[in-house]
Design a binder for this molecule. Structure first.
Ligand code: SF4
Length: 347
């Protein structure tokens, strides 16, 4: 048993205060003092290494709760985290998320050493299309601007005219002067954009590629109907990577940041969150009075992150953990992201 006045015990108690309400845990763990004592040596070591190396940790809301609350300096969606990367003065950025996000951090913060805990943390959307595919699409529709969702590789961003996030996609597409828009890589988001343009009375011809998110494309209208029958007063909160049928049935559709804000500021007896489970874990920490019912799915790529891998990437990153980009490609990709910052309000 560890004495109560040791730094380890103090760290375990700090972690417990943060994590005690997390019921939606990817490993089915119960967060009690014992569980927190097990991870406390690692969180202490990582936080010490951060100071020693002048490093920051950016954590996406879908990674495990002990990363988000134990060691991350910033937590949120890819747009928020890309803003933090842009502002960062740190020598080292550890991106606990997936590889395309770490590439975005490197694009925006080229002087920093950007590391990923696990090089295998891909993304079914980002990996569905290459730069060459985008060049072929542009050849088919010359003169039409390419809009890429931020969930895309640096190579795809470098071939695109403007980047968008789930929070700003509708406004940016609506305001682009061209009627025809080439939209990559998310087919379902493109369908949602078509529906929203129609609703706004904006005439656009949106040609999309065929990627989908393996988490969000699984939610169904039947699942919503069943949940509503079982839980009267339920609010359904969905991400725009879901199908248009699901989005049309939801009470709110928005980015993960907007989904969190909606839940925190609304009152309903129950919420069904149609997104990755990690967001429910965050809400259990930050809005413990809310009730969440099933429907959650895990992203296998996000779950490749772990405290051990973060510690190793900070201590002595292996070459495969360090993100490197050709400078010409990085500048082209940065132009695409800068266009988004010009066209979308930054909060
Ligand atoms: S949740 Fe979907 S979009 Fe996000 S990283 Fe996983 S596969 Fe990609």
């Amino acid at each position: 048993m560890i004495a109560t006045d040791t730094p380890l015990e103090a760290e375990a108690e700090r972690l417990l205060k943060l994590l005690m309400n997390v019921a939606c845990d990817p490993h089915g763990r119960t967060w009690n003092l014992e569980t927190c004592r097990e991870i406390a040596p690692l969180t202490l070591e990582i936080n010490r290494l951060k100071r020693e190396k002048n490093a920051v940790i950016l954590a996406h809301s879908y990674v495990e709760p002990e990363i988000i609350y134990g060691v991350a300096d910033f937590r949120g969606d890819s747009y928020y985290l890309s803003l933090q990367a842009k502002k960062s003065q740190a020598a080292v950025i550890v991106f606990a998320g997936v590889v395309f996000m770490a590439e975005t951090a490197k694009i925006l913060s080229p002087a920093a050493t950007v590391v990923v805990p696990d090089r295998g943390s891909g993304c079914s959307l980002a990996d569905s299309i290459t730069g060459e595919d985008v060049r072929q699409l542009k050849a088919l529709y010359p003169g039409s601007p390419v809009v890429c969702y931020i969930n895309s590789t640096a190579e795809v961003k470098a071939e695109s005219d403007v980047c968008v996030t789930s929070g700003n996609v509708y406004d940016i597409v609506a305001n682009l002067p061209s009627r025809r828009i080439l939209f990559v890589p998310d087919r379902l988001m493109a369908e949602n954009v078509r529906a929203e343009m129609k609703r706004r009375g904006v005439d656009k011809d949106i040609i999309s590629s065929d990627g989908t998110c393996l988490v969000h494309d699984e939610f169904t209208a039947a699942q919503i109907a069943e949940a509503r029958a079982q839980f009267p007063g339920l609010k359904v909160v969905a991400h725009p990577e879901c199908t248009p049928e699901v989005a049309a049935l939801a009470d709110f559709v928005g980015s993960t940041g907007a989904m969190m804000k909606y839940v925190k500021t609304s009152s309903a007896p129950y919420y069904l969150m149609l997104t990755e489970c990690g967001l429910v874990g965050r809400l259990e920490v930050e809005a413990p009075e809310k009730n969440f019912i099933g429907g959650c799915r895990l992203c296998p790529y996000m779950k490749l992150n772990s405290l051990e891998k973060i510690r190793d990437a900070l201590q002595a990153p292996r070459p495969d953990q360090i993100v490197t980009l050709d400078e010409g490609l990085r500048q082209k990709a940065q132009h695409c992201i800068d266009r988004m910052f010009e066209l979308a309000p930054q909060d």
